[in-house]
Unconditional design. Structure first.
Length: 243
């Protein structure tokens, strides 16, 4: 069943810190008033589901803060993490625009604030503002391009290189840098999810982590990761990058 949407005090669309990163940045004042009056903002805790695979599409969801994982079940019924949605990202839009039920599920990975915009409001805005439709088309094209890149990485790069690339992305979005040039990251994902994102098994992931530690590229302690130098991590993808 779809998640029950309840009203909660949340961000104002006019002052939202991530609006310029979203499709809604093309709306005028009247349109913003419409979406601001109709949206429902809710705070989610890790492990909660925003929508599930097979649910009817009732609207779309804009991530105001936090981190959301989009998952899909494989042929054996196992949940596979497809990609991460961060502040400014919109999820659930493809099902709505295609007039289909959700083909994936969205699970909260970190405490998050998510704004729900019902399909009636979305369709009204799309009808009156062609620029909004173009923005969603651009979003769909980018998502498709990102999927193509993941497929290319999975067939052309080693597991070690794919994991290094994923770590670099996570460090850029969620990590911190120290004065000595090192970087630290608290992984928002389990090792099983990390393995799914780079197309390998949890066992292969564990072996890769051990090798990176043995070579001094990274130090893992639970979900905490310490990277002495980013150059060494970059050289896992491009050997000339660390020269």
């Amino acid at each position: 069943m779809p998640t029950q949407h309840t009203n909660a005090t949340g961000p104002n669309c006019f002052t939202c810190q991530v609006r310029e990163k979203t499709e809604w940045c093309v709306l005028d004042e009247t349109e913003l008033n419409l979406i601001n009056a109709g949206k429902v903002s809710r705070k989610y805790l890790p492990g909660e589901t925003i929508f599930s695979e097979g649910d009817s599409s009732e609207g779309i969801y804009c991530i105001e803060s936090g981190l959301v994982g989009v998952r899909k079940s494989d042929a054996d019924g196992n949940s596979v993490l497809l990609f991460l949605a961060s502040p400014g990202d919109t999820v659930g839009y493809r099902s709505l625009l295609a007039g289909e039920e959700h083909k994936s599920s969205a699970e909260v990975l970190e405490p998050s604030t998510v704004c729900f915009i019902d399909q009636t409001t979305v369709r009204e805005l799309l009808t009156h503002n062609p620029s909004l439709g173009l923005r969603f088309l651009q979003r769909a094209s980018k998502d498709l391009g990102d999927a193509d890149e993941r497929i290319l990485h999975n067939v052309s790069l080693s597991v070690r290189a794919r994991f290094a690339h994923l770590l670099l992305v996570l460090i850029d979005q969620h990590g911190s840098k120290s004065d000595d040039g090192s970087s630290n990251l608290n992984l928002p994902l389990s090792r099983q999810d990390l393995a799914a994102m780079i197309g390998t098994s949890p066992e292969s992931m564990s072996r890769t982590i051990k090798k990176l530690e043995d070579d001094g590229v990274a130090k893992f302690s639970g979900r905490s990761v310490h990277i002495p130098t980013l150059e060494n991590l970059l050289s896992e993808i491009d050997p000339e990058a660390g020269l």
